[in-house]
Design a protein around this ligand. Structure first.
Ligand code: ADP
Ligand code: MG
Length: 592
């Protein structure tokens, strides 16, 4: 049933111009506009809904598409298909440049940058003489397809909706891939994703550029549908309206773009007729209503209307099965491992200061391949800070960290991950609405290499099968097979920690950093975790472990480092540590 939804919808769409009588031309026009707007909103679903980035400048990108073709076709007589390529290239360049400048600064710079971009382009369109100033440019030629000129709205309808459907399918494909997982991690999971090797800044630029490209295509279509352009439809106000569409429709859902564009367009039509009559004067009063509707929708359904509607409908549909299986696939290649006993991690006099607070003070220790090194100490001793120093999440103020013989203390966490270090977090960092399988597959990010364009065209299926199979293997290994397809956030906290271990293992690491992995586990679960860690150790993986459960640590660790107040208090074999009077004094408060 689910698989039939899209073909049925497309068939219905295809019939519209055939079925509607010529007296209903208005509805064809309306659908054309909905299609054009939905294409822009689709980009915002990816950018804002999934990626968590806000752009007010989409209308300006629509303008780039429209004005490029308007100008080049009228002034130079160029073929519209050629101008599409040029407009696409120009948009890509602008989006990349704008993305590089604003996205690296993070925070509010993207919204502000896109506002500035939207305003300046609007005035640019209005003030360039060869663009016809505020009166605009007319006489834009129609588009020809297979020798047929698409002059009427009915003929153009197909072009618009084919473009939109291609956009929808490409976006869905992209989101359901290795790149899609990385993109879905951008909203609230940047630290985790970077530690798994994801270049988050790059993915932000990618989705910003894709959203701009969708807007550009919409603008190109618009220019050849209207055969006339002026600056008004590309203003900042329109940019905000596109955001309304995406947010009201369902900001994280591909089909929400269509719903939002449809609702807003129809509502606008209706309000523009009704409100001036009611109020007795003309003006853009509909914007006020949109604002109120937006507040209401955000209050009642934070994720927009699409998920709410789907929830209602889904009760009547058999549940979809396709994403809930893992197909067998060839195992991914594994990295070369250091020989057991070799030193793989050297921490040398690492100091980390937070303002006046010294969280780590000149701490040194080593970890060897095939051993479990435990880092213990009271709360606030600086253990998690040390993990962040080692893994590049929060680099040390002074001192050196060497991993596999090379200095890594000035590298980004994703570069360290690439070298074979993987970690879990004390405060679990999973993407709660994503399945356990998808979460774990993020760990294998660096073991895939297909480009996001491949993903959009479904040319990544081979690799994707292998990544999913790897994730499934690690989930089974840590004993969570029954939760494979559950939302990660629905698991008890102890099990979420185990999911983090599976995610770290999916990276095929040679050094594993585990920050309090046994917290929240029951006795038997702790025992099977200890069993797993012993097995990993026997495979030659080095494990650095922070843990408060002393039975767990003493039964497992080969060596122990004790920390207190940011300093190393003692180091030795478990037996030595247990008998060390300094440790007993500090750690157990002097209990005999
Ligand atoms: P542990 O993991 O051993 O319990 P932490 O490494 O989390 O200890 O913390 C050590 C000290 O550093 C604490 O006093 C904590 O408040 C401080 N600290 C940790 N992270 C930060 C940070 N990002 N900014 C400021 N202080 C921090
Ligand atoms: Mg800690």
């Amino acid at each position: 049933m689910r698989r039939l939804t899209l073909p049925l919808f497309v068939a219905l769409l295809a019939l519209v111009p055939v079925v509607l009588p010529s007296s209903a031309e208005f509805y064809v026009t309306l659908l054309n506009y909905i299609g054009l707007y939905a294409l822009v909103a689709l980009g915002l679903v990816l950018l804002t809904g999934v990626g968590g980035l806000t752009s007010f400048g989409q209308a300006a990108f629509v303008g780039v598409g429209a004005y490029t073709t308007a100008w080049l076709t009228t002034a130079f007589g160029w073929n519209p298909w050629l101008t599409l390529v040029i407009a696409f290239a120009a948009t890509t360049l602008v989006a990349l440049a704008l993305g590089f400048i604003t996205l690296r600064m993070g925070g509010h710079y993207l919204p502000l940058g896109t506002i500035a971009w939207g305003i300046s382009l609007y005035f640019l369109f209005g003030n360039i003489e060869s663009f016809g100033g505020h009166t605009g440019l007319g006489g834009i030629p129609p588009v020809s397809l297979f020798g047929m000129e698409l002059k009427s709205g009915r003929e153009f309808y197909y072009l618009i909706w084919i473009a939109l459907m291609l956009g929808v399918v490409a976006t869905q494909n992209l989101l359901d891939s290795r790149d899609g997982r990385a993109i879905r991690a951008l909203k609230g999971g940047v630290v985790m994703a970077e530690a798994m090797g994801v270049n988050t800044a790059w993915y932000k630029i990618v989705i910003f550029t894709i959203a701009a490209q969708f807007a550009c295509v919409s603008g190109w279509l618009y220019a050849h549908l209207q055969r006339f352009v002026n600056p008004t439809p590309f203003s900042l106000t329109q940019g905000i309206e596109y955001l309304f569409m995406a947010v009201i429709g369902g900001v994280g859902h591909v089909w929400g773009a269509l719903l939002g564009a449809g609702l807003i367009t129809i509502l606008k039509q209706w309000l523009q007729d009704l409100l001036p009559k009611l109020l007795g004067q003309s003006g853009n009063f509909e914007v006020i209503v949109f604002g109120l509707v937006m507040i209401f929708v955000l209050h009642r359904a934070r994720d927009g209307l699409w998920p709410v509607i789907m929830q209602r409908i889904e009760r009547f549909l058999p549940s979809g099965g396709d994403s809930r299986q893992v197909e067998p696939a060839e195992a991914l290649p594994r990295r070369d491992r250091p020989v057991g006993g070799d030193t793989i991690l050297e921490v040398q006099q690492v100091t980390k200061r937070f303002g006046g607070l010294t969280a780590n003070n000149s701490v040194s220790f080593t970890v060897r391949a095939g051993e479990v090194m435990a880092l213990i100490g009271p709360n606030g001793a600086g253990k998690s800070t040390m993990f962040n120093c080692i893994s590049g999440v929060n680099p040390p103020t002074e001192g050196e960290v060497r991993f596999l013989g090379q200095r890594v203390d000035r590298l980004l966490s994703r570069e360290i991950a690439r070298r074979g270090m993987s970690r879990t977090f004390q405060h679990v960092r999973l993407l709660p609405t994503m399945s356990v399988l998808d979460n774990v597959a993020i760990g294998a990010h660096l073991r895939g290499s297909r480009h996001f364009v491949h993903a959009s065209c479904r040319l990544d299926r081979d690799e994707e099968r292998r990544l999913r199979a790897e994730a499934a293997k690690q989930i089974e290994r840590v004993g969570l097979a029954e939760h494979m397809f559950d939302a990660a956030g629905s698991l008890p906290l102890g099990k979420q920690r185990i999911v983090e271990i599976a995610r770290a293992l999916a990276a095929d690491p040679c050094l594993l950093l585990l920050d309090e992995p046994a917290a929240g586990l029951r006795y038997l679960e702790k025992q099977s975790l200890a069993e797993l860690l012993r097995k990993l150790r026997s495979e030659g993986i080095g494990i650095l472990l922070v843990e408060h459960d002393m039975d767990f640590v003493m039964g497992l660790a080969d060596r122990i480092v004790v920390m207190e107040f940011g300093e190393k208090l003692a180091e030795g074999l478990p037996k030595q540590i247990q008998e060390d009077p300094k440790v007993l004094q500090a750690y157990l408060g002097g209990v005999e």
